[in-house]
Design a protein around this ligand. Structure first.
Ligand code: CA
Length: 218
């Protein structure tokens, strides 16, 4: 899962990036509204954290432009403390959730997780496929009740497929959703990750659909 953080405050940006990466997300950061607008229009994100008070183009305008361009990714807006009018305007402009500054990073991560889950149609924080479970709250994966250790990239890939269970996911889509923009993307590594995941979690968990991509069933 890949997340965009649009925030101009350097310390908060660093902290959010660190926490979101620890939670298993690929993270891109934009320090102003112009770059944020561009990334949100051109890249694929599973969720966005959008500060409203931004240089260049303010957050509300960024959000309005994304929505009128048909960009539908879940957006959580960060508002100034106690500004109820910001919250109302934000929600009206197409925000899915909001958080007032200052906030606990754990709460932001939890809300984002819920937004991503709902956007992919999953009601529970625990995703299940056959005897494999992935707990999006803890990042733990089990097979037949036994914990299985995955690398960060294997986890990102598995998490994306588990969130989209039963759908065919192309290699391009996987690349767009498990790497941040600075990552040296190589589509051959996807095949390597899939092979490793099959070794750890069972050969029949992920099906290769020739010429189309991969599908996780169960
Ligand atoms: Ca700001």
């Amino acid at each position: 899962m890949r997340v965009l953080v649009v925030e101009d405050e350097p310390n908060l940006s660093r902290q959010l990036r660190r926490n979101l990466e620890q939670a298993g997300y690929a993270v891109d950061h934009a320090p102003d509204g112009e770059e944020g607008l561009f990334l949100g229009e051109t890249e694929s994100y599973d969720a966005v954290v959008l500060d409203l008070g931004l240089p260049e183009i303010d957050g509300l305008e960024v959000l309005r432009r994304w929505r009128s361009a048909g960009r539908r990714m879940p957006v959580l807006v960060l508002t100034a403390r106690d500004s109820w009018s910001d919250k109302v305007t934000g929600l009206d402009a197409g925000a899915d959730d909001y958080l007032a500054k200052p906030f606990e990073t754990e709460e932001l991560v939890a809300r984002l997780r819920a937004l991503i889950r709902r956007a992919s149609g999953n009601a529970s924080a625990q995703l299940v496929a056959g005897d494999v479970t992935l707990d999006t709250r803890t990042g733990r994966v089990t097979r037949g009740g036994e914990p299985v250790k995955l690398t960060a990239q294997e986890y990102k890939l598995l998490s994306y497929l588990m969130h989209h269970k039963g759908k065919v996911v192309s290699r391009t889509e996987l690349i767009e959703h498990i790497y941040d923009q600075d990552f040296d993307r190589d589509s051959n590594t996807i095949e390597v990750f899939i092979t490793r995941i099959r070794k750890k979690l069972g050969a029949d968990l992920i099906t290769t659909i020739r010429g189309l991509g991969y599908s996780l069933d169960g």
